[in-house]
Design a protein around this ligand. Sequence first.
Ligand SMILES: C=CC1=C(C)c2cc3[nH]c(cc4nc(cc5[nH]c(cc1n2)c(C)c5CCC(=O)O)C(CCC(=O)O)=C4C)c(C)c3C=C
Ligand code: FE2
Ligand code: FE2
Length: 352
Amino acid sequence: MTITIDRETARAAGPKPADHPPVHIGKVGVLLVNLGTPDGTDYGPMRRYLAEFLSDPRVIEWPRAIWYPILYGIVLNTRPKKSGAAYAKIWNRERNESPLRTFTRAQAEKLGQALTDHGTVIVDWAMRYGKPSIEAVTKSLMERGCDRIVLFPLYPQYSATTTATVNDSFFKALLAMRFQPAIRTVPAYYDEPVYIEALARSIERHLATLDFEPEVLIASYHGIPQSYFRRGDPYHCHCRKTSRLLARRLGWEEERLLTCFQSRFGPEEWLQPYTDKTVERLAREGVKSIAVFNPGFVSDCLETLEEIAIGAGEIFHEAGGENFAHIPCLNDSEEGMAVIEELVRRELSGWV
Ligand SMILES: C=CC1=C(C)c2cc3[nH]c(cc4nc(cc5[nH]c(cc1n2)c(C)c5CCC(=O)O)C(CCC(=O)O)=C4C)c(C)c3C=C
Ligand SMILES: [Fe+2]
Ligand SMILES: [Fe+2]
């Protein structure tokens, strides 16, 4: 007779002497991580958030001796007010939190429900900057018995400024642990068929609801400084490839789908063409109808809702454009959850 023992039972702690330290094992954690978010839109929380974000050497690579006097002397005195006002326009007042936090939580909850067939899996979420922190959630997963963790930086395109800093922060939390979990990190998924298909379906679904047909569509990605690209960050290539695959899947000429970069910060030259300048140019050249979407953002956030849906729309209208639409991110939609679920199930293989 063969007796099968499931992994959880096999690895569960057996009887222990009374003075044995507690042992929590047998579960697999899935940790979804997105960029971050302030706790509120007032000066204090905005300053704390921006200070953590902008002192990350993966984000601002300038020598600390040059950057810190600028950060603490200028940026953190002026930016919190400006950014707080921008966040206030898109704040989720019902839950008193940013949309990014609302969507990330919803993604984790839906993924947890989708994975109930794996009784040993616990899904949670964290933010690289702000709360809940990667360190706190990692500790909590381990206290709940996770001795294996799948870490998912929710960025379709790899950049050292996003993916790598999530990994750094996670490994930094592990640095202090005597009993570390085993780790898998989900790689960038800019060319995964499930992701391209999800974007295509979401775009088609939203275009069908418009009362105009856009002459031009813009895929607008967050930018990075040109210098990071020249030093080897593959982000630009990942973005171009996503756009190329998407245009092919949608059956559009590449000229109808423009790839642009938004959210410049500081005096350096960033990846081009810039979204705001392109939107303005199109309107001045007589294009009357456009739609913009943000394939590089897994959830709607400040950069998509305030900068694009509101800001780019205003630029387009002021320059003579007539019809502007912003197509939402995948968020916790059916299409979006299909992407997250497929990539997580792949990384869980052999562990559950
Ligand atoms: C040098 C500065 C920055 C780099 C490099 C950068 C890269 C980068 N960022 C995202 C995604 C997001 N960024 C968001 C906000 C945001 N980004 C910067 C600066 C850099 N980003 C700042 C200062 C801010 C804060 C807001 C502001 O003051 O304007 C957000 C939104 C967060 C939210 O809560 O809504 C996202 C998401 C990517 C993908 C990326 C590189 C590929
Ligand atoms: Fe950013
Ligand atoms: Fe490239």
